[in-house]
Design a binder for this molecule. Structure first.
Ligand code: URA
Length: 191
């Protein structure tokens, strides 16, 4: 599938009940050839209104987190597990995640990142392992075929609980270092 077809299908999606309460589908944003992809759980109020992921308070913090590791939205791709806002920002239900997951899978296949960073438990449980424990396993690395996966605390959790920030800072530095190594290895690959 190409980007245009995928985005068109996603924007018109009625595969789960979230389509009835959404203002906008929040497809994804950033560089479609990025080496690194960030995946959140689902749009909040501002994202629903603007149709862009991570533009509310958690998004501002995510931008700061990216800048710590010399990234911005022009050099990474940002998406969510579900593309439509769950009412009152509740967790997306299993059936809603199932209905939406195909879009993210296609996005991952099109971007072909070297690293996927799961933002919070919901994304980690979907992309890494169903019983993933974010408190114990944030910052750990998992290989999934050609891609390395890790999870960090969701920016919303970091807004609520400042004590989680130092650990996240360490996780971010690990991400920066691994990305540098993977990029260097990529450059050495024969073309
Ligand atoms: N939280 C998310 O998980 N995703 C967004 O796009 C915004 C807030």
């Amino acid at each position: 599938m190409d980007w245009q077809t995928l985005e068109k299908q996603c924007m018109a999606c009625t595969c789960c009940g979230l389509c009835r309460t959404r203002t906008n589908v929040v497809f994804g944003v950033g560089n479609r050839e990025a080496d690194i992809m960030f995946v959140g759980e689902g749009p909040g109020e501002q994202e629903d209104l603007q149709g862009v992921p991570f533009v509310g308070p958690a998004g501002k913090l995510l931008d700061d987190m990216l800048s710590i590791i010399d990234l911005d939205r022009t050099c990474c791709y940002i998406a969510n597990i579900v593309k439509c806002r769950p009412p009152r920002n509740r967790d997306p239900q299993e059936d809603e995640q199932d209905a939406c997951f195909g879009y993210l899978k296609e996005q991952i296949e099109l971007v072909r990142p070297k690293i996927i960073v799961c933002l919070g438990r919901i994304a980690a449980q979907r992309l890494i392992r169903p019983d993933f424990r974010i408190t114990r396993e944030h910052g750990a690395w998992f290989q999934g075929g050609q891609v390395w996966l890790t999870a960090i605390y969701h920016p919303s959790a970091l807004l609520r609980d400042l004590s989680k920030r130092p650990e996240t800072f360490d996780d971010l530095l690990q991400i920066r270092d691994r990305l540098a190594v993977l990029r260097e290895m990529g450059e050495k690959e024969p073309s």
